[in-house]
Ligand binder design. Sequence first.
Ligand code: NAP
Length: 532
Amino acid sequence: MTLHGHSIIAGKVTRSESGVTFLPVNPSTGADLAPPVHEAPVELADQALVAADEAFDILRSKSPAERAAFLDAIADGIEALGDVLLERAQAETGLPLARLAGERSRTTGQARLFARLIREGSWQEARIDRAIPDRQPLAKPDIRRFMQPVGPVVVFGASNFPLAISVAGTDTVSALAAGCPVVVKAHPGHPGTCEMIARVISEAADRAGMPSGTFSMVHGRGVEIGMALVKHPLTTAVAFTGSLRGGRALFDAASARPTPIPFYGELGSVNPVFLLPGALQQRGPQIAESFVGSLTMGVGQFCTNPGVVFGVKSDGFQDFTEKTASLVRAWPPSTMLHFGISQAFKDGLKRISSVKGIDLLGMSEGTARGTAAQASAMVFSTDLETYRANEDLHEEVFGPASIVTQCQSKEELEQVAESLQGQLTASIHGTPEDLREHSRLIRILERKVGRIIFNGFGTGIEVCPSMHHGGPYPSSTHSFFTSIGTAAIYRFVRPVCYQGFPDDCLPAPLQNANPAAMWRMVDGAMTQDSLH
Ligand code: NAP
């Protein structure tokens, strides 16, 4: 596939008149990658959203089976790209081919999962309360509701998942599944990969008979084009995965519009790890092995990376820290996603190192290659007082860095949990007895965290109906909603209620007949039955 480097608006390659281009850079070599990418002027944001709005009524009137076939075609098209997709993604991100192959499976698996979800239909949460005309003292009307798509959705993917959280990531496929047209802001860290996937989606939309404005993608660097998409009056919701700083700026813009819109920002997190005494006594060194594995996975470039560890002083805690230090020393410096991220990581390490009371526990012994965007792993140690007193230590440092913090008592573990900001995940390593003895810690974490993991780590997210990936601010901007798993679709729908409608004028999921035997709540009870 020869890349053209242009935006794709409503299925058409749209040449930008801006004349502004940039070249992506290979983070493993520092070499520029062709072709130049043409930044979209803000008029293209307008064209994409006008086309999306025009497509909306047609798209939402397509049957679930037609939309599901479209999603399956996207998955098939991504697979049909073969190795060229993985090779381009590797050149743009430095991620290993094996990791990218796994991420591709996740991406196509997600698209097919949403296809199955909408074919089955219960996700629309149809509720029916039948009329009771002779109820006293007032007649009860017939009331029915179900979930309807909101309209055009703008998607911003992150740099660290060039396939699974990018152009055809969960945000896009869940919005399309719901019946919402999508406009993607391509990530400037992997624009060629974005173009390949955008072309697949456009071709799949065309073949599946979807209206042309169903999908668009604009290229750009910097704030202008992204802001234009968020502020556009036809945008009805935004899904963003990325940094707290960028996400907050766009969230503020979405909220300050004359008509505010929901902004689903999946942001950063330090993902605290709590080591409980029974587990430390039994297996401190083994926990260190899985901790360093999680910390360095993907060169630490996961929003669920374990950025801080808390444990009570003990021999087991000492064993954990010693083993951690030796494993980190042995981890070879590796290539990060781009030079900007590796520089930000170095700045973050400097910030941590300069705090009084912070010690270096271990650092990669190998030398980072200057010609590549390489990072060394670093683990620091400190005490609770230092950790609590320094806000610099509470911020995400995106990369393989963590702070092991020694507490003196169970009460101190609870106090530090109380002081945490909102988090995507927290991990607890313990025995069943530990868990029972630390029930208060769990109660505290339930108020701070989206996902609590027992004897594991947050990295390696399962894509499934019960997954929740999101947490209280600042880990995400809307803690009720997930960006991973089938529940992600609820970000792009809203309930619409129909009162007193004749049966044949109701939307199909609310009519008395239920030919697909969809689960519905009828008069307060779940049933698959048709009504008479
Ligand atoms: P990023 O720098 O925030 O960029 C994300 C996207 O938003 C890019 O397209 C970027 O475009 C755009 N953007 C950022 N700030 C903007 C602004 N003020 N106005 C308009 N557009 C803006 O994030 P990243 O470096 O790609 O990803 C790394 C971060 O993502 C880490 O913090 C990581 O924890 C987080 N992350 C979170 C999750 C999650 O599920 N919670 C998953 C993966 C990653 P430009 O680059 O052109 O500005």
